[in-house]
Design a protein around this ligand. Structure first.
Ligand SMILES: NC(=O)c1ccc[n+]([C@@H]2O[C@H](COP(=O)([O-])OP(=O)(O)OC[C@H]3O[C@@H](n4cnc5c(N)ncnc54)[C@H](OP(=O)(O)O)[C@@H]3O)[C@@H](O)[C@H]2O)c1
Length: 314
């Protein structure tokens, strides 16, 4: 028998020679540490892909698993994860705000945002929020000088808008128009941020296209969930934006999103939410492992994977 052929046949593909082989083979040692993400739903989450790819690339002895946790079981899930010795976890919809009350300590970003997306389990449970950092870091990858002054229009006032507002308030942006389908939600968010918004930069309003100040806007950010499933119904008037306006959709897709594609047809510079997703993950990864996530490799893998999924669907 040809020994080499047999070994080839039995070889376990690794992420380095087969980037689409997921999940990676479970080769736990006795010291493997547990990371994860809690959400409801959770199966769609790319966080396990991102973190396991980074862990594998850096040869770190951790596993990152998705956990389907319903809102009524969140306190028990947090307690159980900690008892089992978990090192840390991320949280996605709908847990980010509820986690605040379950933490022993909160980072400044978590306090400012009123939401937790990353938990470190040490002697105490520490709640962080890395979404705002992810939002700005991705923006500055593309526009290092941005935003310097100027005015932003944020569409949506849900959990993601909280992180975007919290991040933009740390910049020199002059005004932030916060437009939401349900206007009261935008007003409630402006009230929440009032203590950090001493210059009253946030102006809540209803998402009514003809009433929005398009001609003044230098940064348009979509934080609504529209576009996630390819919907093109987001009410916008991109032709009224200045030619140098930047369009940032925090939703992401294989070839951008309906909004970024539309904005490109208007000659505007755009970015989707893939960079934000990877940067918020990288900040959480660093909190848990003290290692830098290989961001360029992860982004490249996610784009290839999304393209492969799209080709399969066509
Ligand atoms: N790239 C990243 O790293 C990242 C991070 C976080 C979130 N996200 C994405 O951000 C999006 C929003 O997440 P979220 O947590 O903020 O969700 P959320 O709390 O459920 O908020 C959803 C927002 O979308 C608005 N909306 C929903 N359907 C609408 C419609 N038909 N017309 C107009 N507005 C509509 C809602 O308005 P109402 O208040 O009127 O319902 C609300 O403002 C999701 O697609 C999520 O995947 C991306």
């Amino acid at each position: 028998m040809n020994f080499h052929k047999r070994v080839d046949h039995l070889a376990i593909p690794t992420i380095r020679n087969d980037p689409f082989q997921w999940p990676r083979p479970c080769l736990s040692s006795g010291k493997t540490q547990l990371l994860g993400v809690f959400g409801d739903p959770i199966a769609h989450s790319l966080s396990p892909v991102i973190h396991n790819l980074a862990l594998s690339h850096l040869d770190l002895d951790y596993h990152y698993l998705p956990f389907h946790v319903t809102p009524e079981h969140l306190p028990q899930a947090v307690h159980g994860f900690r008892i089992l010795g978990g090192k840390g976890f991320n949280a996605t919809v709908p847990h980010k705000e509820a986690l605040v009350a379950l933490m022993d300590d909160l980072s400044d970003a978590a306090i400012r945002t009123g939401a937790v997306n990353t938990v470190s389990c040490q002697d105490r449970l520490i709640g962080h929020n890395t979404d705002g950092h992810g939002f700005l870091a991705a923006l500055r990858d593309m526009r290092p000088d941005f935003p310097q002054g100027g005015k932003a229009l944020i569409l949506g006032a849900g959990g993601a808008a909280r992180s975007v507002l919290s991040a933009l308030l740390t910049t020199s942006i002059e005004a932030i128009f916060l437009a939401n389908r349900t206007e009261e939600r935008a007003q409630a968010l402006a009230r929440f941020f009032a203590p950090h918004d001493t210059q009253r930069r946030i102006q809540p309003m209803a998402l009514v296209v003809d009433q929005l100040p398009w001609r003044e806007i230098t940064l348009l950010v979509n934080t609504t969930s529209l576009g996630l499933k390819g919907e093109t119904t987001l009410p916008v008037a991109l032709h009224r934006l200045p030619a140098d306006a930047f369009v940032y959709d925090i939703v992401y897709g294989p070839q951008g999103t309906p909004l970024t594609r539309l904005a490109q047809r208007h000659g505007l510079q755009t970015m989707d939410g893939m960079g934000m997703l990877v940067h918020q993950a990288a900040a959480a990864f660093h909190l848990w492992t003290q290692h830098e996530m290989p961001i360029a490799i992860i982004k490249d893998h996610l784009r290839q994977r999304a393209n492969a999924d799209r080709q399969k669907a066509d």
